[in-house]
Ligand binder design. Structure first.
Ligand code: PLP
Length: 362
């Protein structure tokens, strides 16, 4: 018979981003802001000094320090990871045992389910309300009722763009003292409701952040987990020793020290979001009652907007139509997700989106 794959891995399909030839790529929530040439030169200089014979600093101390300084927190509460994806995997595999229950708030970031499955956890699904908001009291009740050992969710949320205010999250964390709360703040640079500065007040909270979105560095694969001492110590013991490579550490340090660049990038992205959301809100009104009628989820707290079509066929058609116009967005269940791009990209997206109306659909 030969070697048999275990059941766990047999049905898995590799993650395949919709790559290809699209001129405008608004599908992965990356930053459209390129790092300026002088900063890039600094990165190259730092890379030149790297000693390739040696393993990287296992604590990634320099880049943790730079991250901590940027966000006004203590470096001692940080664990660096090779993207926050690695940290999600690490936490779900390390802090939980097979068969234990973890709560997910749906819809949410698809990788939670992916890693929870890999860790063979039992998933308890909280369904968000029709407007895609979380009712924190209902969520806490479910977690308690089901005796969940953990709860993971993104805030602000990918793919809904919606956010839960700081006070509500705080209450949630406090009301579930025996549950490990994994709070994924991948998009919190775009909103002001972070719990980062108080993370050490809780012994059941891990906050995840990433350099892939607002920090314009998805290529680096750099993320951070912030938590109180006991959890940080456990994370340090669980992670593979040299998980963040030296080049990423050097580059991350240089980038995170440039508050000026990061703040300007943020301003540009938020301006783009305002433009995109404004234009789509107007179109939502103009198209009401037409075959292409859609709903823009209001108040995006992220670097993307979420568009809902009443019928899946319409959404699929819009997705394909945009693609035929060389504009790639993300087609998710119930949500067409559009990343804020450069001004000219947003313009091209809007023109393509609008021209769908004229292309005929009935
Ligand atoms: C993009 C994203 C991440 C970031 O993952 P990295 O591995 O750091 O690139 C994490 N969580 C959510 C919700 C995201 O959308």
């Amino acid at each position: 018979m030969g070697y048999q794959l275990s059941e766990k891995v047999r049905g898995l399909k590799p993650y395949t981003p919709v790559a290809g030839r699209c001129a405008v790529r608004l599908d992965a929530n990356e930053s459209f802001v390129a790092l300026p040439p002088d900063l890039r030169r600094k990165i190259y200089q730092a890379a030149k000094k790297a000693d390739f014979r040696r393993y990287p600093d296992h604590k990634a101390a320099k880049c943790c320090k730079a991250f901590a300084a940027y966000y006004g927190i203590q470096p001692g509460c940080l664990t660096a990871g090779s993207g926050s994806d690695e940290l999600i995997s690490l936490i779900l595999n390390g802090f939980f045992s097979r068969g234990e229950k973890i709560a997910l708030a749906e819809p949410d970031f698809s990788m939670y389910e992916f890693y929870a499955r890999g860790a063979e956890l039992e998933m308890v699904r909280y369904q968000k309300r029709a407007d895609y908001r979380i009712d924190p009291v209902e969520l806490a009740a479910l977690v308690r009722q089901e005796n969940c050992r953990g709860l993971i969710f993104s805030n602000p949320c990918n793919p809904t763009s919606q956010g839960l205010r700081k006070m509500a999250v705080r209450n949630l964390v406090r009301s579930l003292p025996e549950t490990l709360i994994i709070l994924d703040e991948a998009y919190m640079d775009f909103w002001n409701q972070t719990l980062l500065t108080e993370v050490e007040d809780y012994d059941n909270l891990i906050i995840l952040r990433t350099c892939s979105k607002a920090i314009s560095s998805a290529a680096l694969r750099l993320g951070f987990a912030a938590a109180a001492k006991k959890l940080t110590k456990a994370l340090g013991a669980l992670k593979s020793p040299y998980n963040v490579n030296s080049l990423t550490q050097e580059a991350g340090t240089v980038i995170l020290k440039r508050q000026d660049v990061l703040r300007e990038a943020l301003t540009d992205i938020l301006a783009g979001r305002g433009f995109l959301a404004g234009a789509l809100a107007k179109l939502e009104q103009d198209w009401a009652g037409s075959p292409w009628a859609f709903h823009l989820l209001p108040e995006s707290r992220t670097n993307f907007v979420a568009i809902c079509f009443p019928a899946k066929e319409t959404q699929d058609r819009m997705f394909q139509y945009l693609k035929s116009k060389s504009v790639l967005v993300r087609n998710l269940p119930g949500i067409l997700r559009v990343t804020v791009g450069a001004p000219e990209e947003n313009q091209l997206f809007l023109e393509a989106f609008k021209s769908a109306q004229a292309s005929g659909l009935s």
